[in-house]
Design a protein around this ligand. Sequence first.
Ligand SMILES: [Zn+2]
Length: 86
Amino acid sequence: MKKPDDDPLRAANSSPRCTARSKRTGLPCKAPAVNGWTVCRMHGARGGSKPGPAHPNYKHGGRTKEAEELRKAVNAMAREAREHAA
Ligand SMILES: [Zn+2]
């Protein structure tokens, strides 16, 4: 006789569920959520592109998060210098 804890289907059925709701019926999705996510594979878990040079639209690096932050910092310093000079 099998113990209830040995049943793989029981473990699968008790896994966390997707939190998405149907647009039409308003009912919950009920599909198992992807590990580390609150939604299932059909509702947006995983996917997306890698950041930086690995991104398919990467051209020259002038629009990376680091470059944008550096530009903002330089512009803020220039603004401050202008305000002090006037
Ligand atoms: Zn789902």
